[in-house]
Design a protein around this ligand. Structure first.
Ligand code: FAD
Ligand code: DLZ
Length: 508
């Protein structure tokens, strides 16, 4: 029986399950740079360069290891546009009875492969996706019978399962979560060591040459320096551990004008295409803690992002898809402001986050959550529009991770699966966590009036509009107490200013 293994562009992990399942002497592998995958959203050009270059490196390694691999390089004029076309072409060239693939990262892709296999009467075998710490069944077993999913409890299970930062069955340091220590604004100490980056090698340079000027999408190509091989990704990991992990915890929530990365790892793109194994990432960070090179609040905070948030978010995605993508619990109906695609807004925090996104295909978590995300929530943007934006513009964005973070965590459009309350915040939060407001034309201390920070009126308007849904939420009681301190005239003028902002949003 002839078997074909399809390796998707974000499944480049050297321990891919296909390589254990198939026999290089008998079975073939297939990889393809297909136009539809590069264009179903206007991906940042750096994201496409990274994926194609990493795919080409992986293909070289597989061929060197003796695999019979058919590789379809990018060709916008080719008749091969989709994974289905790619499989058709391969089937015509070298027929097979069974198609094997690791669980794709998107429901859309899984659906396409299932449809293709069923139309061709071919057995489709889905193998585990080893880019994660655990199999999806771990999340599903945990989720069974639960009315509410809370990351914190899933995280504790993952700590116990991995044994990370555990001692005698108890969390090291006596508490599971040191998040309360991780909210300091940054005042310049310790100095931020710039990310060294991985200069483009010959393969990356040739991808850049092929795409530059011939493939228009979002973002700038200049300065590409993301790792595209497992070796380069390990170097990036070690560099993070040596220079930034130490302050990762303290300044995890900080926002600093002119600083793109602060103390974040910038490892998400490598993790999400399988260049880095999440276990290796956590174990090297824990090793730094055990050697006394990084404090517990930094290492626990970092490990939590990976064994907690990353695994939890993926579990939520597969648990609720495909209907999850359709949710719009708060009935939001505003179009995404045009300047999300250009960065041309006078609101300093948004301009900085979007400018970094355009240059780097990256913004750090607090920019994504509390700046571009928070603003879209307060404005009431249609979830589908803001999700499409996040999926397009970030180098690490794939549906399994982007969707629950955006639709769930940021937009609260899932009705509270990912978060028990929306992360709605006024300009005061942005002022507290950084220095953007000092450089902004708007006044963060004002709520109404022409020069008032737009976050402020939109924040109160959001609370007033959604009073029925949120006033009874224990975690929002204080917010509603503040709303109730305002008389009806104050509330009306806030709502008037919020309405004006919505009507003139593209001019701000
Ligand atoms: P660090 O701050 O150094 O964190 C370390 C690692 O933890 C990350 O590399 C990532 O693998 C993991 N991690 C941290 N938070 C999360 C999270 N909430 N969900 C999943 N993994 C997490 N992350 C993506 O990988 N792809 C996305 O498309 C994506 N979209 C997002 C959209 C929104 C609206 C928000 C609020 C967050 C999103 N995130 C996404 C999560 C997070 O913002 C990024 O993982 C992080 O900013 C990547 O930068 P870093 O590698 O420097 O992360
Ligand atoms: C994101 C992406 C892009 C831009 N291009 C390709 C490609 O040409 N070939 C490929 O196999 N995969 C690509 N990908 C990743 C797929 O879209 C990915 O498999 C899904 O996003 C699932 O996570």
């Amino acid at each position: 029986m002839a078997r074909l293994g399809l390796i998707l562009g974000d499944q480049l992990n050297p321990n891919h399950a296909l390589l254990d399942e198939l026999d290089p002497a008998m079975d073939a592998l297939l990889m393809g740079e297909v136009v539809d995958e590069a264009s179903y959203v206007p991906h940042h050009i750096k994201k496409i360069v990274m994926i194609f270059s990493a795919m080409r490196h992986r293909a070289e390694d597989l061929k060197k290891a003796g695999w019979r691999l058919h590789y379809h390089p990018f060709d916008p004029d080719s008749a091969i546009k989709s994974f289905s076309d790619l499989l058709d072409a391969q089937y015509g060239r070298d027929p097979f009875d069974e198609l094997l693939v690791a669980q794709p990262g998107e429901w859309r892709v899984l659906n396409e492969l299932q449809t293709w296999a069923s139309d061709h009467d071919i057995t489709l075998t889905i193998l585990p996706d080893r880019r994660f710490i655990d199999d999806l069944s771990v999340f599903n077993d945990w989720a069974q019978g639960k009315k509410q999913f809370r990351m914190e409890f899933f995280y504790r299970l993952m700590r116990q399962k991995t044994g990370y930062l555990m001692s005698g069955g108890e969390p090291v340091g006596g508490v599971w979560n040191l998040d309360a220590d991780n909210r300091k604004p940054y005042k310049g100490d310790p100095p931020i060591v710039p990310i060294k980056g991985s200069p483009p090698d010959a393969i990356t340079q040739s991808v850049i040459k092929e795409l530059d000027g011939h493939w228009s999408s979002f973002g700038e190509i200049e300065g590409f320096d993301y790792p595209v091989t497992p070796a380069a990704a390990l170097e990036a990991l070690d560099e993070f551990i040596e220079h930034r992990l130490v302050a990762f915890g303290d300044f995890q929530d900080a926002l600093v004008d002119g600083e793109d990365y602060l103390f974040h790892s910038r490892l998400s793109s490598a993790l999400n295409v399988g260049l880095l194994d999440p276990r290796v990432v956590c174990e090297r960070a824990i090793n730094a803690y055990e050697k006394g090179a990084a404090p517990l609040n930094a290492v626990e905070g970092f490990v939590r992002q990976i064994i907690g948030w990353r695994e939890f978010i993926r579990g939520v995605y597969w648990h609720f898809m495909p209907e999850y993508a359709e949710r719009n619990t708060l009935d939001h109906d505003q179009a995404l402001p045009e300047w999300y695609w250009t960065g041309q807004t006078q609101m300093r925090c948004l301009a900085q986050a979007i400018d970094a996104t355009r240059r780097n295909a990256y913004a750090h978590h607090i920019q994504r959550l509390m700046v571009t995300g928070n603003f879209a929530l307060l404005l009431g943007v249609i979830p589908e529009e803001i999700c499409r934006w996040y999926l397009a513009v970030y180098i690490d964005a794939y549906d399994w991770v982007e969707l629950p973070n955006t639709l769930g965590m940021v937009m609260h459009a899932d009705g509270g699966v990912v978060g028990s309350k929306p992360y709605a915040a006024s300009g005061k939060y942005i002022q507290r966590m950084g220095d953007h407001c000092k450089h902004c034309v708007f006044n963060v201390k004002e709520t109404v009036g022409e020069s008032a920070c737009p976050f402020n009126s939109l924040y109160w308007d959001f609370l007033i509009r959604h009073r029925e849904r949120f006033a009874g939420n224990a975690r929002m009681r204080m917010m509603y107490r503040n709303v109730d301190r305002m008389d009806s005239a104050q509330q009306a003028s806030i709502q008037e200013r919020a309405q004006w902002i919505k009507e003139h949003i593209n001019e701000l």
